[in-house]
Design a protein around this ligand. Sequence first.
Ligand code: GRF
Length: 194
Amino acid sequence: MIKSDGFKKVNIAVFISGTGTNLKNLIKFSLKKKSNFKINLIISSNSKAKGLNYAIKYGIKKKVINYVDISFSEKKILKELRNYKINIICLAGFMKILSKNFIKKFKGKIINIHPSLLPKYKGLNTYQRAIDNKDKYSGCTVHYVNVKLDSGKIILQKKVRIFKKDTAQILAKRILKQEHLLYPRALKKILTNP
Ligand code: GRF
């Protein structure tokens, strides 16, 4: 695993497809004096992703990958990752599934944030599924990415209460707040204590 030696910052690429609030939050955290990582590259599968504005705002290199041809797109991504000497990939609302080949190349170096208490509710629509099942808690999970969807080793989780009146939208908002706390903590954890 990649470990920060306390002097040299670890280079991170964040992959997004949409709003990018987790991206924004990771950038802010990376700018703190004591942070042991730096965000060098933002990859987006969507040219209209709001999150791309943070690349401009914070002066971070961005690359939009159109994903028409997966293998070609991943080759382009790998080239960028090499160019920017990326050590760790953080998926943050990235709506494309990485190929097995790609994941194997970056084994143990890709992490993701998912809005449920994994292994419960892998995939999409996690909020409504938790509400429909009358669960008392949902939450969020940061985990390593392996070749099975949302199934890699869990790094950190945070429970979030579900209330009777919750809609998926309300619950999503409450969970997102916790995601913003959890993702930097999880990253710090794997960089200091893999
Ligand atoms: C988050 O809910 C995250 O858990 C999921 O996608 C959403 C991304 O939100 N993987 P944002 O783009 O970071 O605002």
